[in-house]
Design a protein. Sequence first.
Length: 130
Amino acid sequence: MKRILILFVAISVFGACSKDETSGREAERMELDRMKQEIKDRISQVPCDNQEEWVVMELGSKACGGPQEYIAYPTELDEEDIDDLIEEYTQKEKDFNKKYNIVSDCRAVAKPTGVTCEDGKPKLIFPQVN
């Protein structure tokens, strides 16, 4: 009977730890999603009228390295502030991937060659593939 009680306690403790890790992971993922949305919301407030006033930056981190994507933002935003926010998000995602042993595809994301404006929104320009 004592062994059954010990086994029950061990299973309960293990289950609680696993559940805490999952809820911690979900909370961190939600925070990353919130940060990414904040970045995109700030950028979307500025219409794209002149592509010369927009720059491209890596956003996020794949588990096996490299960016998740590229994002364009206007230089009229406080560049240092938006750069810092993008870099913070990217570093936190890199840390998250390492902490939780996240697996992703290792396909390289094409780097844009520039930005163009279409209907007031930035559109990334990618090299032509033959």
